[in-house]
Design a protein around this ligand. Structure first.
Ligand code: KG4
Ligand code: ZN
Length: 424
């Protein structure tokens, strides 16, 4: 299950930390400037729905730590070992990772069964389940790594984006661990975790690279320019692709525990993908933006009105269009990169839960081979939320000399990687 499924259940308001808010204000040099509708639209491309004006200005660098005693020594430590903790949605996960990219131990407790009957993540139940699981998950990750807390050099934890009440469980656990064992703390953006995991798996992956972030709550095409620096080429104007999969699954009455994507993908295997002529979104637009709301509504219409429908055919037709749309926009993004500076960007990293989709993976392989780019997609198990990606993002931040002071931080529900649109 994913953050998209929280949609109608989401009751958590945006309540960023005071320190962060001050920094955002301070960082908005053009704070009072009047913005045209077009400028505003450009600025908000790919920004998740419901993100307020001010919160859209978050970026990774804004919450980087001012607290760095000992960070110099840690940054250069060859055998640096970081414990990563993740509780942003419905997986309680932890992992112990070493700076050479070895996952020494990991553990995940999934809440799929708890939320299954509700058709989406119920925040309070999720919070309770995280609270019940967190200590055991951390212990198990350490046990698998054959380590005790003393062996860990630092703790990295997801502080956003996600459900605040869930994020806080991991955040508090990390804070307590650091206090009890006198360890440094580092805050991690969940989306950055998904992106940089590719660098843990492929140690030779150099910046810049194209990032395709496709999850339940996010759908963006970015260029990772360097550590913590992302430029936005395009993103969804409404629903994320994972969200469209989840809604299609619900409309077809499929199991949505663990997200509707796998169920739709499975069903589509036995369907005729040309059975329904679903509309291809934004076909005439020359930019890299995406839209899945129209496709979702078209599926709803068929599901509600076509009495003789075959669910397999709907699933297959939906999947064909959903993936073709993404591929079309990726081709535009790749052409743009090549036109801008030929040969500068040569790799594509695909991350987020939808990257587990086999059909998408095979289409991406073809596109990358056409452009002679390298394709980096984590194994399906690491596409969904896990502790290793948080530990690794923590390692990269520590290596940049960053540590955070947990006393000055709060969790944040919205925290886009970038809102700086560079596509023109
Ligand atoms: O990154 P993730 O685990 O959670 C967040 O949303 O952050 O992504 C979950 C999303 C869900 O929407 C789920 O339906 C989708 O990824 N997903 C898939 C597949 N596996 C997971 N979508 C299509 N095909 C799949 N095989
Ligand atoms: Zn995720």
């Amino acid at each position: 299950m994913s953050c998209s499924e929280i949609g109608f259940l989401w009751i958590v308001g945006v309540k960023p930390g005071v320190r962060t808010r001050e920094r955002v204000r301070a960082s908005c040099a053009d704070g009072g400037a009047v913005e045209s509708v077009k400028q505003r639209r450009r600025r908000r491309v790919g920004v998740p729905k419901g993100v307020g004006h001010q919160n859209a200005d978050y970026c990774a660098s804004l919450v980087e730590g001012s607290y760095a005693p000992g960070s110099g020594a840690l940054a250069g430590k060859k055998d640096l070992v970081v414990l990563g903790i993740e509780t942003s949605c419905d997986d309680t996960a932890a992992a112990v990772v070493r700076a050479d990219g070895t996952v020494l131990g990991d553990s995940v407790v999934s809440q799929h069964e708890i939320h299954q009957q509700w058709g989406g993540v119920v925040p309070n139940l999720a919070k309770e389940a995280h609270a019940a699981a967190i200590d055991g998950v951390v212990e198990k990750a350490l046990q698998k790594a054959e380590m005790n807390p003393e062996h860990v050099d630092a703790v990295a934890v997801t502080t956003g984006p996600g459900l605040e009440i869930c994020l806080r469980i991991g955040f508090n656990a990390a804070k307590e661990f650091c206090k009890a064992h006198r360890k440094p703390f580092v805050a991690v953006n969940h989306l950055e975790g998904h992106c940089v995991l590719a660098r843990m798996l492929h140690r030779d992956l150099e910046y810049p690279f194209l990032v395709v972030l496709v999850s339940g709550g996010h759908c963006q095409i970015l260029v990772a320019e360097g550590e913590g620096i992302y430029a936005l080429l395009g993103g969804t104007l409404d629903d994320a692709i994972g969200e469209a999969y989840d809604k299609t699954a619900r409309l077809l009455g499929l199991q949505v525990g663990g997200g509707g994507g796998p169920a739709v993908e499975q069903l589509a295997l036995n369907g005729d993908e040309n059975a329904y002529d679903l509309p291809m979104p934004m076909r005439d637009k020359k930019n890299c933006n995406l839209s899945y709301a129209g496709l979702k509504n078209a599926v709803r219409l068929i599901a509600e009105t076509d009495a003789g429908r075959r669910s397999e055919d709907i699933a297959a037709s939906f999947q064909r269009v959903a993936i073709d749309h993404l591929i079309q926009k990726l081709r535009t993004a790749m052409k743009w990169c090549e036109a801008r500076q030929p040969g500068r960007v040569r790799s594509m990293v695909v991350c987020g839960g939808v990257a587990a989709n086999q059909r998408l993976r095979s289409r991406l392989t073809d596109v990358c081979s056409d452009f002679e780019w390298k394709l980096v997609v984590p194994p399906p198990r690491l596409c969904t939320d896990n502790g290793a990606m948080i530990a690794w993002a923590g390692i990269e931040r520590i290596q940049r000399g960053i540590l955070d002071n947990p006393q000055l931080l709060e969790v944040v529900s919205r925290w886009p990687l970038s809102t700086r649109l560079v596509f023109d």
